[in-house]
Design a protein around this ligand. Structure first.
Ligand code: AMP
Length: 491
């Protein structure tokens, strides 16, 4: 759900588009909006800038949106009381450094010829600018700068008679990643793009049907997991609870995002039958086998490096210690727009546990290096606290390419791994050694023999540069045919 700055559709901050989101919906039962607020609370890690909930009481749609966290906007009785009804959907959105404002907060809503239509989107439409330009030429007037609104205009102008057919017609024109929760006067439609790039699961709680980006959303409301919404599937739930499924796009090989396992999903979520926590721990095991280090302690960069560090410590038979303590009152480091603010944020977030690291050779484990800001600061922090050697191990291959499918990464020129090989990166972050897990090691950790034999083969474009869809808006210029650097390690 990125932003299409108008009129030239350029990104407002000159950096890459920012888009990370979580979606949640419920049909049936009382207090639908309260259930959605709870579900969104469990999905807060997917987006902390803004939140919105839309409900339907059988006659009218109601909406409430706010900037900030779910708890800041929806913890009070009066806030929820503004959202009556037996059906509701909601959305949490990640930080943007421009183009924000309430008009972009989802669910977006429009009155169409077929009735009300609310839409909440996780993902990124990779031809949204192209489609928007065309729609504007034909007279469409956009209310927001969000790519999701493109879907509304395509639905509104479709010549098919029913809302479902209009939506399918619209989605046929859309490229990229989308997990959608839509509401109409007749019920809810949840769907996933044909490659299933972003996650979406279905659950049940009594007579209510629930959709959530991750299973943690089901856990928090006490719902049972039913199944994943399949790639390319649309699941329609009428207001009386009747469920019908549609697969209009034919069979395609799924390409779910492997970065959900590395960083994005909560570790207590289960995706495609795999525990995210177990996958992260297994990445640590692979990393220890591929890149051992002569060290005294394994120290995670909390929280994102913790499960992999546990796996690394187990495999290498080194003690696991909390050599860095994290403040839980600071959001994710990416939230800060400028490099200066980001640097300060790393320090506010992490502090060295001097008593543990002093005089020790440590292996530091983090999930990824993006710009290198965090690693540089943390390595320095460990040295300042008296660590005698700092060996950095990363629980993903080098992030050498931007994501265009809904994970917030900077433009390619700002990715450390796009500018440097591993030896130069080690020097940049001032580590005694640096190693990344191999791409095959990552696939092994999620239960596959290797990348080529994997079924499904995940979307690993951020590591491989192989994008599974066309990237119309990006243009050929930015889509490299091969890896910038081999995915390997130097110890
Ligand atoms: P950097 O400091 O730019 O190298 O970013 C790396 C840090 O950001 C790591 O500690 C990751 O846990 C975290 N990270 C990686 N990818 C993302 C993302 N898409 N959004 C927010 N944080 C991220």
């Amino acid at each position: 759900m990125p932003f299409l700055g108008s009129p030239l559709f350029t990104d407002a901050d000159g950096d890459k588009l920012h888009e990370e989101c979580g979606v949640f919906g419920v049909v049936g039962g009382r207090d639908a909006a309260a259930i959605v607020a709870l579900g969104l609370h469990a999905l807060q890690h997917r987006g902390q800038e803004a939140v919105g909930i839309t409900s339907f009481d059988g006659l009218e749609f109601y909406s409430r949106r706010g900037i900030g966290h779910v708890a800041q906007n929806f913890s009070s009785g009066p806030a929820i009381a503004e959202l009556p009804g037996i059906m509701a959907s909601g959305h949490v959105r990640y930080s943007t450094t421009g183009g924000s404002g309430l008009r972009n907060v989802q669910p977006l809503f429009a009155d169409l010829a077929t009735g009300g239509f609310a839409i909440a989107h996780n993902g990124n439409i990779s031809n949204a600018m192209h489609l928007k330009r065309d729609l504007v030429r034909r007279g469409a007037i956009f209310q927001s700068t969000s790519d999701t609104e493109v879907i509304i205009h395509l639905v509104a102008t479709s010549r098919y008679p029913t809302l479902l057919d209009k939506l399918v017609d619209a989605l046929r024109m859309v490229e990229g990643a989308y997990s959608l929760i839509c509401m109409t006067n007749h019920g809810m439609i949840a769907c996933r793009d044909p490659l299933g790039i972003r996650p979406l699961v279905m659950g049940r709680m009594g007579d209510s049907v629930i959709f959530s980006s991750e299973t943690v959303g089901l856990d928090i409301v006490g719902a049972d997991f039913v199944r994943e919404v399949e790639p390319g599937e649309l699941i329609q739930v009428s207001l009386d609870g009747t469920v019908t499924t549609h697969r209009p796009f034919g069979a395609q090989k799924a390409r779910p995002c492997i970065f959900e396992y590395v960083y994005f999903s909560r570790p207590d979520s289960v995706m495609e039958g795999r525990s995210v926590y177990a996958a992260r721990k297994a990445i640590g095991v692979q990393l220890a086998m591929e890149s051992p280090a002569n060290a005294d302690l394994v120290v995670p960069v909390p929280d994102s490096g913790t499960p992999a560090a546990i796996g690394y410590a187990e495999q290498s038979r080194l003690p696991f210690e909390l050599g860095i303590i994290r403040s839980h009152y600071v959001g994710r480091t990416f939230i800060q727009p400028s490099d200066g603010a980001r640097n300060a944020d790393v320090k506010r977030k992490h502090n060295a546990n001097r008593a543990i690291v002093q005089g020790k050779r440590i292996v530091l484990i983090d999930d990824s290096i993006v710009r290198g800001t965090t690693s540089l600061k943390i390595v320095q922090m460990m040295r300042d606290a008296g660590a005698s050697e700092v060996h950095m191990r990363i629980a993903s291959p080098p992030t050498s390419h931007s994501c265009f499918y809904g994970v917030d990464t900077p433009e390619r020129s700002k990715l450390l791994a796009a500018r440097m090989d591993v030896a130069a990166m080690a020097e940049f972050i001032q580590a005694d050694s640096l190693a990344f897990v191999s791409i095959d090691g990552l696939y092994r950790a999620v239960g596959e023999a290797n990348r080529d034999a994997a079924c499904p083969q995940f979307c690993d474009a951020c590591f491989s540069g192989e994008y599974p869809t066309r990237l119309t808006d990006v243009g050929e210029r930015d889509v490299p045919a091969q890896l910038a650097f081999p995915v390997d390690k130097v110890a």
